[in-house]
Design a protein around this ligand. Structure first.
Ligand SMILES: *Cc1c(COP(=O)(O)O)cnc(C)c1O
Length: 224
């Protein structure tokens, strides 16, 4: 078993002191590894693939909070809508509409984060600054009665250039602050940014939710 228990304990303490929530990113990892962290008290797990998440949800304890952090296709929302705790990768209004529709069918309200494109790479999905502003000032938020938009999520460039990462995280933090003006009820409270390589920097720049995989579970092997 590859779970790094020592790291889990030290990072949990560090994050708790900073009021930052840890999402343990368990994609590709076997159920035993998730159960090992669960037994130490971890409840929030992040997954990227719908089928894998559905399989894990069936086998693992019912009080796990499942965070869907990958790219979600509209036609797959229905499979996770009955149980998902939070969807981080809401990268279009079309997807938000589908989540709202499936949540309504389940008689649930699903917590969502809008994904913002902050990285320099072309491949990362998400709203850009103007699209975000347009959406939050449009009045259309009220159309989505079965989703609760809790905040924003972003992924920085795959780079070790600290100045670049700082710029990207700071941009996201500014969008987060601006967008929170659209909410008067205090529900817009989550800024999900930071992964294994950059979580410390992300926290120093205002993150309050980090998504950590490889430092907890070891490197992922996609081949098998
Ligand atoms: C896989 C993944 C992570 C975790 O990455 P690590 O570098 O292993 O910590 C975090 N966020 C998203 C969106 C991911 O897809």
């Amino acid at each position: 078993m590859a779970v790094n228990i020592e790291f889990y304990q030290s990072v949990s303490k560090e994050l708790a002191e900073n009021n930052v929530q840890l999402i343990a990113v368990s994609k590709t990892k076997p159920n035993e590894d998730l159960q090992a962290l669960y037994d130490l008290g971890q409840r929030a797990f992040g997954e990227n693939y719908v089928q894998e998440l559905v399989d894990k949800e069936v086998s693992l304890p019912k009080d796990i909070q499942w965070h869907f952090i990958g790219h979600l296709q509209s036609n797959k929302v229905k499979y996770i809508a009955p149980f998902v705790y939070m969807i981080h990768g809401v990268d279009s209004e079309k997807l938000l509409q589908e989540i709202n529709k499936q949540a309504l069918k389940q008689n649930r309200i699903i917590d969502c984060l809008l994904q913002v494109h902050i990285a320099s790479e072309e491949t990362k999905f998400g709203f850009d600054g103007p699209a975000l502003h347009e959406f939050f000032t449009s009045g259309r938020l009220g159309d989505y009665s079965n989703v609760r938009i809790r905040g924003l999520m972003g992924m920085a460039s795959f780079s070790e250039d600290q100045a670049l990462l700082t710029k990207e995280f700071s941009t996201l933090k500014t969008y987060f602050e601006n967008a929170s003006n659209a909410f008067t009820n205090g529900q817009f409270d989550t800024l999900s940014m930071g992964m294994s390589a950059d979580y410390k920097l992300a926290i120093s720049l205002g993150s309050n939710m980090v998504r950590i995989g490889s430092l907890l579970f070891g490197a992922r092997n996609y081949a098998k």
